[in-house]
Design a protein around this ligand. Structure first.
Ligand code: 5RP
Length: 230
């Protein structure tokens, strides 16, 4: 369960990102998915006066709906070829700024937007910092539904533990991303080189992407209950 302290830490990180976006006057803003990003959107909405001239590119339908609710103008990613800044959260962050993402099943579009962005800001609460990526979260893998059994068999033949993510304890079936992919959670073996593992998994036909992000972090803002660290 998320405690009050974690909520405040997320808010502190999100508010600092709002400072930066406003100071730098970005006009084309990519936006990730998750509870920390929601705080970013809500605070930006309070502090950004005129909406005109500022455009947002969301990484998920849930983020698009929240942006629209706050009166922001939203563009589909297919209509842009870059964003000036991209702001997103993460599930785990290592010392070198590499991350596991995809807790919200949105990592494919998140990675595309981070790739397209001129400047990436990641906002996390202090609980997301880890010594070893994969120590608390599995590696999410988005798979084309038709390839699911073939990919699962391949992952298992590689000695990996892989489970199809389900919603409502399986009552509502597999979790399907906004892009139509099924999410498979792969347990990261303790000694694994995650960069190599992710590349191998992404080379399997039918795999769209993994939630391993490396080399995207321009600025990491870590929120605590009483401060932020950058
Ligand atoms: C969604 C993500 C999120 O950034 C990640 O799950 C963190 O979420 P939160 O801010 O709610 O802790 O990768 O796909």
């Amino acid at each position: 369960m998320i405690g009050v302290e974690t909520e405040v830490a997320k808010r502190n990180a999100a508010y600092r990102a709002v400072d930066i976006v406003l100071e730098r006057g970005y006009k084309l803003i990519g936006v990730g998915t998750g509870s920390t990003v929601e705080k970013f959107i809500e605070e930006l909405s309070k502090r950004l006066g005129a909406r005109e001239g500022v455009l947002f590119v969301p990484s998920s339908i849930s983020t698009a709906l929240l942006l629209r609710r706050e009166g922001f103008r939203v563009l589909d990613a297919s209509t842009v070829d870059f964003v000036e800044v991209y702001v997103d959260g993460a599930d785990e962050v290592s010392e070198d700024g590499s991350m596991i993402k995809g807790g919200g099943a949105a990592m494919t579009l998140e990675k595309i937007l981070a790739y397209s962005s001129l400047f990436n800001v990641f906002i996390v609460d202090y609980t997301k910092k880890v010594k070893r990526l994969g120590e608390r979260h599995p590696l999410p893998v988005e798979v084309v539904p038709q390839a699911l059994n073939i990919v699962l068999r391949k992952l298992k033949s590689m000695g990996l533990e892989a489970d199809v993510r389900v919603s409502g304890r399986g009552k509502y079936g597999p979790v399907v991303s906004d892009l139509g992919g099924v999410i498979v959670d792969v347990r990261v073996p303790e000694k694994a080189d995650l960069n190599e593992l992710s590349e191998t998994i992404e080379s399997i036909p039918g795999v769209v992407s993994t939630g391993f992000f490396k080399g995207f972090t321009d600025l990491l803002i870590v929120g605590y209950s009483d401060r932020v660290e950058e």
